[in-house]
Design a protein around this ligand. Structure first.
Ligand SMILES: C[S@@+](CC[C@H](N)C(=O)[O-])C[C@H]1O[C@@H](n2cnc3c(N)ncnc32)[C@H](O)[C@@H]1O
Ligand code: SF4
Length: 326
């Protein structure tokens, strides 16, 4: 088996695949209201094109694919794409990140398609605050989560972006919500993307503060989570709840980064916090051979930068998270 290794010796074995840059919510920190500069449909990679690229990655040693967006469930027939990717030789871990608004309708089909793991974004358990942050209805997310559980997804991980003055006082309630329903909870630091970075910096809260706050109320003990990725895990004593802390800013984890991102228009982004990229769509549409596609992927991986520079140069990444899927 050939392996993909970047110039810093990191093995690349994980692709985050954004199947759309559109979304049925408008989380203010991700996709601001009124944003209209979406990719036109003729730029979207077709399911055949996506399958070709992922198959090439799989031949180069990629095992894991996470489907994301924008909101992946707004892409028509997503479970059919998931089934095609899950069936590719070599891909043994297919997962999905979703806001769960449309999950109730799709949970069973996704499970049948071979999606094993599910991450659901939820920043607050409060319906009114949820509407303020996202413009949507919490009820649908709760129904989606329930449907996912009924369909047999386990564990279900909830991702909460913690923002100062927005939802930092929701962390205890989120812990209780997740204990009650048996979800894993992961806290994420807000990243300065898409705007000048100044705004995001004002809301930035290091997760050490969240941990201290939770320790006043809960007994936190070291925990582990198989396949935990960049999260560091604790457990709430006396419960099954695992708490993950994803700290891209306060303790970045670039040295173990094993991933690249493919956006809906066929651009490979080599780092979430940098602009290094490689366009695959022109090659795909010019009838590139499998061998030349693999060579292009190798060429792209050679561009992967050592680390993000969110701390030193906030605001340098002009694209929104909805383009690359976080
Ligand atoms: C871009 S969304 C795409 C998938 C899906 N729509 C969802 O919300 O899970 C992926 C993750 O990125 C997070 N995200 C978006 N903008 C962010 C930012 N500026 N800083 C940190 N996380 C962000 C979201 O909260 C979500 O957990
Ligand atoms: S975080 Fe997810 S749900 Fe919220 S606007 Fe971005 S893509 Fe949509």
């Amino acid at each position: 088996m050939q392996q993909l290794t970047d110039p810093f010796g990191r093995r690349i074995e994980y692709v985050r695949l954004s199947v759309t840059d559109r979304c049925d919510l408008r989380c203010f920190y991700c996709l601001p209201k009124g944003f209209k500069d979406f990719e036109p449909p003729e730029h979207w990679l077709s399911f055949d094109e996506i399958e070709r690229v992922i198959a090439a990655f799989a031949r180069l040693g990629t095992r894991r694919v996470r489907i994301t967006g924008g909101e992946p469930l707004v892409r028509k027939d997503l479970p059919a794409l998931a089934a095609r990717l899950g069936a590719l030789p070599g891909i043994d871990d297919l997962s999905l990140s979703t806001n769960a608004v449309q999950l109730a309708r799709h949970a069973v089909a996704l499970r049948e398609a071979g999606v094993r793991r599910l991450n659901v974004s939820l920043d607050t358990p409060d319906p009114e605050r949820f509407r303020e942050i996202t413009g949507g209805r919490l009820e649908k997310v709760i129904d989606g989560l329930q449907a996912a559980r009924d369909a047999g997804f386990s564990p279900i991980k909830i991702n909460m972006v913690v923002m100062k003055g927005v939802n930092d006082d929701d962390v205890e309630a989120m812990v209780e919500f997740c204990i009650e329903h048996g979800y894993t909870l992961r806290f994420i630091e807000t990243m300065p993307m898409g705007d000048t970075g100044r705004e995001a910096n004002a809301r930035y809260l290091p997760l050490s503060v969240v941990r201290e706050r939770l320790e006043r109320r809960f007994d936190l003990v070291p925990g582990v989570m198989p396949g935990g990725g960049p999260a560091r895990y604790l457990r709430v004593a006396g419960s099954e709840l695992r708490l993950g802390f994803i700290t891209p800013l306060s303790q970045h984890f670039c040295e173990t980064c094993n991933r690249v991102r493919l956006s809906v228009d066929g651009t490979l982004y080599l780092c979430l916090g940098q602009d290094h990229r490689f366009e695959l769509r022109p090659l795909l549409r010019a009838g590139v051979s499998d061998q030349a596609l693999e060579a292009a992927i190798r060429e792209a991986i050679a561009l992967k930068p050592e680390r993000h520079e969110f701390n030193d140069k906030p605001g340098q990444v002009a694209r929104f998270m909805s383009m690359t899927g976080g």
